[in-house]
Design a protein around this ligand. Structure first.
Ligand code: NCD
Ligand code: ZN
Ligand code: ZN
Length: 347
């Protein structure tokens, strides 16, 4: 069976830089028209000038003939001023500012320790109607790792919404029923991205016959009841939920080690994995809204107009891809994926 849909966009993606960027970009460009590119490089992308230079490097790394469009973001820092946000709005290629609680995830050391230290930037975001993108996990070491998202809602998101009621927020990579309920009750200025791994797996996957570093990402996989809440949200047709793979490449040796990095690489099957999840839920007809419409509408960008076609045909990703001098282990390496992109549809 074939299934055609408006070309999707990826509203949460890590492309890295240099040789890593060159290794991964084609996977995204084959499937997606645009992607929101996360700014957590070393050093992070904290200025419009740096975002512009990074955008140029991404454009230069595209496959020949590709019209893939990177949508750039800034990394929120303490004391970021209103002028920088004004420049971000004016430049036309920055589409959001990303808030990483300091220490919450990969390359978040330069993030924000207390959000009140970034209120000038938040006021400017609200005034310019530029979205705040949020890695929503509490960094309080006393909080259980599986409760970090729900505690973050109470301690940070609810107060921020009260103080900045017009601020538009994307709650990135939501993983819990509590997050889904919060987004629904917050109304149309708040939206959320959902990853393929959080739709397909629960936390048992981390310990299937032994410890599985390639299923480790942040926020960490949760219980089955949370996975089903995410599937319900994704297939609901609500414009508040849309696709964000959070494809986060890390070299094999940095994951298969005593202190492994967080991040799952899924760009090689970035739409196919969602097709599998939606099909399993009997809701393939809802995929196009989630993948190709809701995100563009929230970011106030035009929807894509060209199509891609998927086939219900199993295939198996390789054990690894080359990743500069290193190797990259993709999601489902050596296992089956139930849906296939019909041809190379690089835009
Ligand atoms: C991301 C990365 O590797 O940059 N890792 C992850 O586990 N999701 C960072 C992030 O999105 O939090
Ligand atoms: Zn994150
Ligand atoms: Zn991410």
């Amino acid at each position: 069976m074939n299934f055609s849909m408006i070309r999707p966009d990826d509203w949460h993606l890590h492309l890295r830089d240099g040789a890593a960027l060159s290794a991964v970009l084609a996977h995204t460009a084959q499937r997606f028209g645009r992607a929101v590119v996360m700014p957590n490089l070393k050093p992070p992308i904290t200025t419009v000038a740096a975002a512009g230079a990074y955008r140029d490097r991404i454009l230069a790394a595209r496959p020949i003939g590709s019209r893939f469009e990177p949508l750039m973001t800034l990394y929120l820092t303490e004391g970021m001023n209103a002028e920088e946000i004004g420049r971000a709005k004016a430049c036309g290629f920055v589409h959001g500012v990303k808030y990483y609680p300091a220490g919450a995830t990969t390359n978040s050391d330069a993030g924000v320790t207390g959000l009140e230290r970034a209120y000038e930037a938040l006021e400017a975001l609200e005034a310019h109607d530029l979205p705040l993108l949020v890695h929503g996990e509490s960094t309080d070491p006393a909080v259980d790792v599986f409760d970090r998202e729900s505690i973050f809602i109470d301690r940070v998101l609810i107060p921020v919404r009260e103080r900045f009621p017009l601020l538009r927020i994307v709650f990135e990579h939501v993983t819990t029923r509590e997050a889904v309920d919060f987004v629904r009750s917050a109304g149309p200025r708040v939206a959320a991205t959902i990853t393929p791994q959080h739709l397909l797996l629960n936390r048992n996957a981390l310990f299937q016959g032994g410890i599985r570093p390639h299923y480790y990402c942040l926020p960490v996989l949760k219980r089955e009841q949370h996975r089903t809440a995410l599937v319900e949200a994704a297939i609901s047709g609500s414009p508040q939920f849309f696709l964000g793979t959070d494809s986060a490449p890390h070299a094999r040796h940095t994951k298969e080690t005593t202190c492994g990095c967080a991040g799952i690489y899924s760009a090689h099957a970035g739409i196919e994995l969602y097709a599998e999840a939606f099909d399993r839920a009997g809701a393939l007809s809802q995929l196009e809204g989630f993948a190709s419409m809701h995100g563009a509408d929230f970011y106030r960008l035009p929807r894509n107009t060209d199509l891609i076609t998927l086939a219900r045909e199993s295939w198996s990703p390789p054990q690894s891809y080359s990743f500069g001098e290193h190797e990259l282990v993709p999601f489902r390496a050596g296992e089956m994926i139930a849906w296939k992109l019909l041809e190379d549809t690089t835009r």
